[in-house]
Design a protein around this ligand. Structure first.
Ligand SMILES: Nc1ncnc2c1ncn2[C@@H]1O[C@H](COP(=O)(O)OP(=O)(O)O)[C@@H](O)[C@H]1O
Ligand SMILES: CC(=O)OP(=O)(O)O
Ligand SMILES: [Mg+2]
Length: 398
């Protein structure tokens, strides 16, 4: 069964065509900078004769243009891996917010689409792009079953003490205001890999997903017990452009004293804050270069970014009453040695001791980077949200 997995972001689409159940990746790629200057499609096909790459530097004004280009690459004479779009039997969509309705993968129906749409205000950077991806895929692959895999699903196992907020009960009961958590597909995938590696069914693991969006999860015996994101994917860790946890007073001050509208506050905290607000850059590679040049803002930004992660490690270890492993994943977690160094510094009281040499190992797969004396394992595990989505799609089709 061919599953085409689409991970639509606000300005990018990541995709993979995966043949299940053997989990063979036929092709993969990225449509980047949608609606901006310099947009492009980077495509890789895994053909019998080897890997073939194709880069299209073309205007991609919106998601439908990007997905139409990708669909034609699937059947392209040079890099194509199928002969007709009807050979895609399932399209698996990453949908960021599923609210309290969806603890599992769903076949997309008009009702499901309406629910995804109703959650736009809670995930304004993500759900609209996910919805658009579904509509475009329905027109390009009309014969395929469209399936949604929700970022929130893995976190539905959290106990009430982790997801409820200390505000009047009515706001939860009648309006669903609670913590939901995100990046669940990634936290699930890497925590399962960690559990297999540790060979311990009741393992206590903290997963640290550091991409453009960043979040952490406390996972005990394979179940999520707590996570750093909440009602929407804004709070918790410092991210590329999002502030993460912030004192509520700041919002009132911005509105009452500095004349911000609520939309402007939302835009500030989602798109202009985080590492971008601290350094002028959101991409960790740029900030890493500035750090090595000794730029004070970049040094402070690294300190803040890591300090927030350390605080969550401490609180999640306390919440689980123990810790077997911490897992770094996502573009930054997998690749940035400096972030891992900062995070693990002065954590030996918890049994976390990084081996600086092992920390330099290339990102070629799962690796353990702690010293022999470290009682907590420090793992780097490349995430694979697309494979996890394909598995879940196959699971409900099977
Ligand atoms: N070699 C690297 N060193 C440091 N940071 C990296 C490296 N490669 C990617 N990153 C960072 O990873 C982040 C993107 O991560 P990714 O998981 O792809 O994000 P998302 O899926 O949220 O778009 C960017 O901040 C980027 O700078
Ligand atoms: C939920 C979320 O923050 O996703 P991303 O990291 O892809 O922006
Ligand atoms: Mg991501």
């Amino acid at each position: 069964m061919n599953v085409f997995v689409i991970n639509s972001g606000s300005s990018s689409i990541k995709y993979q065509l995966i043949s299940m159940p053997e989990a063979k990746v036929l092709c993969s790629g990225l449509v980047d900078r949608i609606g901006q200057e310099g947009s492009k499609v980077e495509h890789k096909s895994f053909l019998p004769q080897g890997e073939v790459k194709k880069v299209l530097e073309i205007p991609v004004p919106h998601h439908s243009v990007g997905l139409t280009e990708v669909a034609s690459l699937l059947t392209n004479a040079e890099v194509g891996v199928i002969s007709d779009p009807s050979q895609v039997e399932v399209v698996g969509h990453r949908v960021v917010h599923g609210g309290e309705k969806f603890a599992s993968t769903q076949v997309i129906t008009p009702e499901i689409k309406a629910k995804i749409k109703a959650l736009f205000p809670l995930a304004p950077l993500h759900n609209p792009a996910n919805y658009l991806g579904i509509e475009v895929a329905e027109s390009i692959f009309p014969h395929a079953r469209q399936i949604a895999v929700f970022d929130t699903a893995f976190h539905q196992s959290m106990p009430a003490q982790a997801y409820r907020m200390s505000i009047p009960n009515d706001l939860y009961v009648n309006h669903g205001i609670r913590a939901y958590g995100f990046h669940g597909t990634s936290h699930k995938y890497v925590s399962e890999r960690a559990g297999e590696y540790l060979q311990k069914s009741d393992s206590k693991v903290i997963t640290i997903h550091l991409g453009n969006g960043c979040s952490m999860a406390a996972v005990e015996g394979g179940k999520c017990m707590d996570t750093s994101m909440g009602l929407g994917p804004m709070n918790g860790l410092i991210m590329g452009t999002r502030a993460g946890d912030i004192d509520q007073s700041v919002i009132f001050y911005l509105v009452r004293e500095l004349g911000y509208s609520l939309d402007e506050v939302n835009n500030l905290l989602n798109k202009k804050s985080g590492m971008l607000g601290l350094t002028g850059f959101s991409d960790m590679r740029d900030i890493g270069k500035l750090y090595h040049q000794g730029q004070p803002e970049a040094i402070l930004a690294y300190q803040l970014y890591a300090y927030r992660i350390k605080k969550y490690i401490g609180s999640f270890a306390a919440a689980m009453n123990g810790l077997d492993a911490i897992v770094f994943t996502g573009g930054v977690g997998e690749n940035d040695q400096l972030t891992r160094t900062f995070v693990c510094e002065k954590m030996d009281f918890l049994g976390i001791q990084l081996d600086p040499e092992k920390n330099k190992l290339p990102n070629t797969g799962l690796r353990a980077i702690q010293t022999d004396a470290s009682s907590v394992q420090i793992l780097v595990i490349p995430t694979n949200e697309e494979l996890e989505i394909a598995r879940q799609c196959f699971g409900i089709e099977d």
